[in-house]
Design a protein around this ligand. Sequence first.
Ligand code: AMP
Length: 610
Amino acid sequence: MTDNDAPIVGIDLGTTNSLVAYADEAGPHLIHGPAGAEDVILPSVIGFDLSGGDVTVGHTARLHAVEKPETTVHSIKRLMGRGFGDLRAESKRLPYRVLRRGCEIEERDVASVVIGEKFYTPPQLSAMILAELKRRATGYLGREVTKAVITVPAHFDDTQRQATRDAGLIAGLDVVRIVNEPTAAALAYGLDRAETATIAVYDLGGGTFDISILRIEDGMFEVLSTDGDTHLGGDDFDHCLIDLFIREVHKQFGVDITTPTIKQQLRTLAEEIKVRLSNADEAQVEIAIGPKDVYRRVIRRDEFEGMIEPLIERTIAACGRAAKAARVRVDEIDRVVMVGGSTRVPLIRQRVAEAFACAPYTAINPDHVVAMGAAVQASILSGAQRGMLLFDVTPLSLGIETMGGAMGKLIPANVRIPCKATENFTTFQDGQTAVKINVLQGEREMAKDCRSLGVFELRGIPPMPAGLPKIKVTFLIDQNGILDVTAVEERSGKNASVQIVPSYGLTRDEVKHLQEDAIAHAREDMSAHHLADVRTTVEFDLNKASGMIQKYGHLLPAGQRDELTRQLNELKELSKISDDPHAINKARMKFNHKTVPLAEIAVKESLKDS
Ligand code: AMP
């Protein structure tokens, strides 16, 4: 094997977390650690055990950060390529010691971290993180990984970039390219395929905020401007909540909860509440104060939004400055890509959408998108295929799971993108207030034989009789192949949506196989779909009849109520055991005929009621 065939991985070497990804024909995917598929994030934390000389990287090191602050190194990225002189303010925020190293003999103003008796340069420490990622990638790919693309913030200067290269070298990695993080995020969405476009990348993590404006022309990215705040992020949102708890506990119980251990617990609690409020309208807080007292409080989302709004507005102001520096109007920006865990906060998505007058890209996990893009860059450099991203048409049909487990297609295969399709659905049960929407891809007729791309829930539908709510589901695929699925209950205006990159996760061969599979199963699939539809109609009719029997059955002549109930159970049973849709449908029509007298009573009674 030649060196040219050596795999190249993509690495997001982050301030808080680091990730490694690899792109094959099915698109980019993250490489996981020893704890399994979910273990993709490696905390950028290094723990030193002075007695045994052991060094740990990742979760274990982070767990010990509170008890061993002086021998635990985090946020090393903040020190990369920076002179000791630049770091005076920064190093005050760090619990470990940062010193100027060897200044008597060296001209350079190098900052080093002191652990016990030893000095470590920031590249040496970053190399420990890279070495762990390299180990994971080597294990995953089954061959030694020696080449990597590493991402850095767009505002990193030459020295900081060089320090990142040095870190790679120390870890035994040939850094084939240093890529800007916003560029990587745009690559993850395949935005390099656009002929020309202006793209904003809004990156809000735990402790830093970056906004970058990029120009893409003929597959080449140029950074037009960057702005941001090196000390603004989700941690500040947590602090808004912590301050509230401290204030209210003091007022209510006269107790001060600002001791370091309690503060650490408050931090964990505040983050939990914040994350919950991204998905729910309110969250319950409980803090035990002494043996008997408990501080209890419900925090509403709008209340939390009020607290963090000034912080969000600071990020929006930075977006305006960045656009101005790039000499573009904010509304001229074609696409906004969201990066960083804090962009899950709904108000942020809303404010960014308003400010840029376009829906931001959120389909790819905002914590993974930079590493995924680094892997895409790596695959471009290694000359590998770009996989499914190169399709200009939908390779497979897209739809949702309908009642009874069938696949309801909204966009068929081979439709040119961009495209849009809409279909109306309704509820199935009386008083149903939520519907689950399972977005499917594939050619088969039943949901179980298709690929589920994502599931989301439309909640808060006002209780109505089954069949009355009007749920409009829209599929919109833009010119970059990103799919937006929106569900709106039109009577109440309640809506929910999800964004997906449907092209990731399948190779061309797999697509071909799925298409052939659909042809092979066409006949049986059609009858399975038909059977599912008939069973769904039966269930709907049975629900309606059972409701009427309960409410008005006593008004039927003696014996008829029991007879109808018996027939109802018979149809229920038949629909369950028979796989002949015609027989079931015939029985359904017969049963419906029997319910006519009861339906007439129901109409008369409800007229009386109204
Ligand atoms: P990052 O630095 O990109 O890993 O982002 C980490 C930040 O994202 C932390 O402040 C997290 O609390 C925050 N975060 C992660 N998930 C959510 C969520 N669902 N809602 C709000 N913030 C989140």
